[in-house]
Design a protein around this ligand. Structure first.
Ligand code: SF4
Length: 439
């Protein structure tokens, strides 16, 4: 795997050079081929493995956030028909139907919506929510399960996923006209091979339209309080086992990590965002436009910026080589290398070497090519610096620090006890829903 090592070293080196300036959000225009990502950075608790930016849920803060998010969409220069629209987080299902309805209405005033997906955390889901999502124009949902094993979810401070609860949620979403993806994560503490194989069996009983098997990613600047239970090679070996397990049940492999039934467009934020331009809305949302990368700041700085009509963000101009690498990474992720006629000499050379060394056969990844693709895709996800968690990537960090402090006192926080009460009552609601299902 010398080739994989050389490539991951090159990716680390290139992505490591990306530096962000905390500056005014640049003027960006979107009309052709692009996507939209809406970030809802609130969670009821923090899972110990999670590298994403999030704040603990507070009702008052969420309400204020939704108002400013809607305003950001109203002001954005977006038009046409986006190739994808995803709501992610955090936990987008902390939003009520009315919250979502306002955001979707703001989008509809600007763009034509044809396909819209949303990530959901199973703990608080109720059957009625799926009907509301379908009524608002959502076509697909992604439920973050990560593991069906109570020992594994408990070890990462996450609520469990009882089989009956998840089975009922999936069938209810399907009856509401939504396509369902389920995410599993490999490498969590206590997560043995046997536990993962048992999860495959459970999935085949539940039969979502799509299954995404992600390796545990330890992003730059993020630390986790445990050792990953599986190496990158072991993760891929289990994904290969899944491929033969699932193919007998009508699932086809769509990318190195995604399996699906039928021909419908898959739910794939990671794949869509590898090489597409997209406009991210909301705190912590990432934006790509031409050579420009932008990440919105934390919730408080974000709200203050929109309210003052002068939003700030982390802005970086990408190097041309990084874009070439993104295209190459997308080809690897999609399992087919069509780089012979690329304008990039580096991509042409890599395409030739992969074919000559048996990593591809007529462009299609072989078994060792898949390990190569797995390692490269994982490295891109781990090494791409996200300024909100990788502070060393912010060139003028002191400027951001002062801005954030001022924004925090301007926006204020709700009473901590009240926030805890709200979270406590939401968690109790989740437990009640689950108990009602199990009765
Ligand atoms: S994994 Fe999901 S629910 Fe857990 S902290 Fe991260 S965003 Fe929140």
């Amino acid at each position: 795997m010398l080739l994989a090592r050389i490539n991951t070293w090159m990716i680390k080196k290139r992505l490591g050079k990306i530096g962000y300036h905390f500056a005014e959000f640049p003027r960006l225009t979107y009309s052709g081929q692009y996507g939209i990502y809406i970030n809802i950075p609130f969670c009821y608790s923090r899972c110990s493995f999670c590298p994403f930016y999030k704040e603990l849920y507070q009702e008052d803060l969420k309400n204020r956030y939704v108002a400013e998010l809607t305003e950001e969409i109203r002001r954005a220069d977006i038009s046409g028909r986006p190739a994808f629209i995803y709501f992610g987080g955090g936990t987008p299902n902390v939003l009520s139907e009315a919250d979502l309805s306002g955001i979707v209405a703001a989008l509809r005033q600007k763009v034509t919506i044809s396909d819209m997906g949303i990530e959901l955390s199973p703990a608080l889901l109720t059957t009625g929510y799926f009907q509301q999502l379908h009524g608002l124009g959502f076509s697909k949902v992604s439920i973050g399960i990560q593991s069906f094993s109570p020992a594994v979810t408990h070890a990462v401070c996450r609520s469990g996923n009882p089989f009956e609860h998840i089975r009922d949620l999936v069938s209810c979403a399907q009856e509401s006209g939504l396509r369902v993806n389920i995410d599993l994560l490999f490498g969590l503490p206590s997560q043995s091979r046997d536990i993962i194989i048992r999860d495959f069996d459970i999935l085949m009983q539940i039969r979502p339209e799509q299954i995404s098997l992600y390796p545990l990613v330890v992003s730059k600047g993020h630390t986790i309080p445990f050792e990953p239970s599986l190496s990158a090679e072991e993760q891929l070996s289990l994904i290969e086992e899944a491929a033969s397990h699932f193919s007998g049940c009508g699932y086809a492999r769509k990318t190195i990590w995604v399996f699906a039934r039928g021909d419908a467009e898959i739910y794939d934020t990671s794949g869509s965002e590898i090489d597409s331009d997209y406009r991210g809305f909301g705190a912590g949302a990432y934006t790509m436009c031409g050579g420009v990368r932008v990440m919105n700041p934390d919730v408080y700085s974000y709200i203050a910026g929109i309210e003052n009509k002068k939003p700030y963000a982390f802005v970086a101009t990408a190097k041309k080589q990084n874009d070439e690498m993104r295209h190459f990474a997308k080809m690897l992720y999609s399992q087919f290398i069509a780089g012979k006629n690329s304008r990039s000499p580096a991509v042409r050379m890599l395409t030739t070497v992969l074919e000559a060394r048996g990593y591809t056969r007529q462009g299609h990844l072989t078994r060792k090519g898949k390990l190569f693709a797995h390692m490269v895709s994982k490295t891109v996800m781990e090494e791409l610096p996200f300024p909100l968690i990788c502070h060393s990537s912010i060139i003028n960090y002191a400027t951001y620090g002062h801005y954030k402090e001022a924004a925090r006192s301007a926006v204020g926080t709700v009473n901590r006890d009240r926030a805890d009460d709200e979270r406590g009552s939401l968690e109790q609601t989740a437990v009640k829903h689950r108990m009602a299902r199990l009765d």
